[in-house]
Design a protein around this ligand. Structure first.
Ligand SMILES: [Zn+2]
Length: 299
């Protein structure tokens, strides 16, 4: 078996493509695989417009795709892709090869590997590991996100949660909308005003959801979000999420404690000073030592 034949089998090229040449360039530590189509390709190719029979019109300039490493060596596939021409309508088109990913620089296999790394680490680290620029990798990631988001189906969405997030630790905000039943992010947009709801329902309805199918909307106590729900989702009940309610209750308890400390004199100050964590605790809940929380002596 020749190396070319072996690479053809490893790449799973089937009957329509073959490896014309394989070589290892020591200086750059790169394995190059040059691929071309076989005559069989034209038996199955059809015109993308009308399904008519096609023949080989010409070939485009040589293109390069980064593929998975061969051992620890970089591997690149090159090919002058053929262009087909329809016998019926004369339409010419570039044949899409089976290895090509969503980006023009990488193969499907390489993209899958890079995406796996992106789930686990920052992009700069991924770029360092695979030896590509992060610009190329971001572009590839966005193409996959766009493709996956276009397929997303929100027809079952009824309970939505929204919250704001600050970006770059500054005063710029984005609003993130999530499906609380399916536990997934539905939509994100800049800002934290009521207009974010207009944009959200538009996105929802592009993906088979419906604004009036929303029955519950969970949020902080933002007036803007409440107005957004009232104006866009008439069947939705506003639910203030537990985290924000507890946060407000804790603040109120703290205010009362500080007021009592001021008014109650030395004796009270002694028992209430540094006691804030006791008041925030559920007395039914045992602490780490297994004991129930104790409330300081009453006056
Ligand atoms: Zn045609």
């Amino acid at each position: 078996m020749t190396p070319e034949r072996m690479f053809k089998d490893l790449l799973g090229l089937g009957l329509n493509w073959e490896v014309e040449e394989s070589r290892f360039e020591k200086e750059s530590g790169t394995v190059f695989l040059r691929i071309r189509e076989t005559p069989q390709l034209w038996e199955l190719q059809r015109c993308p417009k009308d399904g008519g029979l096609v023949f080989c019109h010409d070939h485009v300039e040589e293109m390069t795709w980064r593929h998975l490493n061969v051992f620890e060596h970089r591997c690149e596939i090159t090919c002058r892709l053929p262009r087909g021409k329809c016998r019926k309508c004369n339409h010419t088109f570039r044949v899409r090869p089976p290895w090509e990913g969503l980006s023009t620089h990488f193969t499907k296999g390489f993209e899958a590997f890079a995406l796996l790394l992106m789930r686990e680490m920052p992009m700069s680290k991924v770029a360092e590991i695979v030896g590509e620029t992060d610009t190329r990798l971001w572009r590839m990631l966005f193409r996959h996100v766009d493709a996956a988001y276009a397929e997303a189906d929100f027809s079952q969405t009824c309970c939505v949660g929204v919250d704001e997030m600050s970006v770059h630790q500054g005063h710029q905000y984005i609003s993130v909308f999530a499906d609380l039943v399916a536990k997934r992010v539905l939509f994100a947009t800049e800002g934290k005003d009521k207009e974010t709801w207009v944009k959200f329902v538009e996105a929802l309805e592009k993906h088979n959801g419906h604004r009036h199918a929303i029955t519950q909307a969970s949020m902080d106590m933002s007036k803007a979000y409440q107005a957004g729900v009232a104006e866009n989702c008439r069947n939705a009940q506003v639910v203030f999420d537990k985290f924000h309610v507890i946060q407000h209750a804790n603040e109120a308890v703290g205010q009362v404690r500080r007021a009592e400390m001021k008014m109650g004199g030395k004796e009270v100050w002694g028992s209430l000073h540094k006691s804030q964590w006791i008041w925030r605790k559920n007395p039914e809940e045992p602490d780490r030592s297994g004991k129930r929380a104790s409330v300081p002596n009453q006056r």
